[in-house]
Design a protein around this ligand. Structure first.
Ligand code: FES
Length: 104
């Protein structure tokens, strides 16, 4: 997965009340437990700042899933569960699905 850490995502300037370092730590923990199935990398701005914090998950053999507004523990818990279990995007995370920018 790609965790955006550009000008808006991951910054206290735009989201002063969210612990961005803890978010990344949690995702890296999921990756560490996955036996290599889940990987985490960070990226500079993915050109969808209006959806920050943005995380893009690329399930094997499927199109990338762009998730926006990942700024709450409940969403993180749902994301962690999906990453750990695999399978199709859970319905609850459909609420966070956003469209990629036109050029993505
Ligand atoms: S900073 Fe994340 S999309 Fe721009």
């Amino acid at each position: 997965m790609t965790v955006c850490r550009g000008c808006c995502c991951g910054t206290v300037k735009k989201h002063p009340d969210y612990d961005h370092a803890e978010q990344l730590r949690r995702l890296e923990e999921v990756a560490a437990r996955s036996g290599g199935r889940v990987t985490v990398r960070t990226a500079d701005c993915l050109d969808a700042c209006e959806n920050s914090n943005l995380i893009v998950v690329k399930p094997r053999g499927q199109k990338p899933v762009w998730l926006g507004f990942v700024l709450h523990d409940e969403v993180m818990a749902d994301l962690e569960r999906w990453l750990a279990q695999g399978g199709p995007l859970p319905e609850v995370l459909e609420l966070n699905r956003v469209s990629p920018p036109a050029q993505a």
